[in-house]
Design a protein around this ligand. Structure first.
Ligand SMILES: Nc1ncnc2c1ncn2[C@@H]1O[C@H](COP(=O)(O)OP(=O)(O)OP(=O)(O)O)[C@@H](O)[C@H]1O
Ligand SMILES: [Mg+2]
Length: 249
């Protein structure tokens, strides 16, 4: 059981965003997606949880074909998949405790004391003990990101998807979030798919890295493999040399 994207096609109007994207996300690993702005990274994550649907191709999560699921079946599947949004996306008028409890309430599996305990545990896992009663506006950017992670793990999902979890954070806080991603893998056994444009992070956290280019995976492998990659398109991206992005073929 894992996440598998097979031959995905997706266009928005005239714009073809994905053009044959195939990617396997091995269980228990942190897989990172890199690629230029607009290359379809966020679109790929949204396809994984069925927020949008492909024009063609298949999305498999945990043995289920997500792109053909609707309503209750889709909702049940999403419980297995936590999503950490690009901008923490906490509800400003709700306390941190209420934000983290939201999915648990909707799932209806735990009573109030069970929910309170799970909220406490989830906040402790991201080193945010005791902030249940605070509002998002009372937390720093890094704390908000961690609260977003606590909300995503509250349902104890098998899979965690992170859309640029370190964007806009200072280098120390980036390291904290990177460690947190590895901790979710090591302590909760979570399978993770992470979008990042921070190459230092990508090298630190990834078991596998995939680079999107022209709607599909241009290169895929380990961090060590990426360090010695010869493809000029991939080199151009990781070194920040845009003139090399143009595909000569
Ligand atoms: N709902 C939508 N309607 C129309 N166009 C969209 C929609 N979602 C995405 N796009 C377009 O698809 C392309 C890919 O978008 P996507 O958000 O997946 O890129 P990304 O790789 O995540 O980029 P970034 O690094 O800037 O976050 C962009 O050109 C974007 O404008
Ligand atoms: Mg994006």
């Amino acid at each position: 059981m894992s996440i598998r994207l097979v031959g995905l096609q997706k266009a928005f109007g005239e714009k073809r965003v994905l053009d044959g994207l195939t990617l396997d996300v091995p269980d228990g690993d942190v897989t990172t997606i890199i690629g230029a702005s607009g290359s379809g990274k966020s679109t790929s994550l949204k396809l994984v949880i069925g927020l949008i649907r492909p024009d063609a191709g298949e999305v498999w999560v945990d043995g289920a074909r997500v792109d053909t699921l609707y309503d209750d079946a889709l909702y049940d599947l999403r419980r297995q998949v936590g999503f950490v949004f690009q901008f923490a996306a906490l509800f400003d008028s709700m306390t941190i405790g209420e934000n983290v409890a939201m999915g648990l309430r909707r799932a209806g599996q735990l009573d109030e004391s069970g929910i309170a305990r799970r909220v406490r545990e989830s906040l402790a896992l991201v080193d945010l003990e005791g902030v249940e009663g605070r509002l998002p506006s009372e937390l720093s950017g890094g704390m908000k990101k961690r609260a977003g992670v606590a909300r995503a793990i509250a349902l104890r999902p098998k899979y965690l998807l992170y859309d640029e979890p370190t964007t806009g954070l200072d280098p120390i806080t980036v390291t904290v979030i990177d460690r947190l991603i590895l901790r979710m893998r090591d302590e909760l056994g979570v399978t993770s798919l992470v979008i990042t444009h921070d190459m230092d992070s990508a090298y630190r956290i990834s078991d596998r890295i995939a680079m999107l280019h022209e709607g599909r995976v241009r290169w895929e492998g380990t961090p060590d493999g990426l360090r010695v990659v010869e493809d000029p398109v991939v080199q151009g991206f990781i070194r920040g040399e845009p003139e090399l992005w143009e595909d000569p073929t």
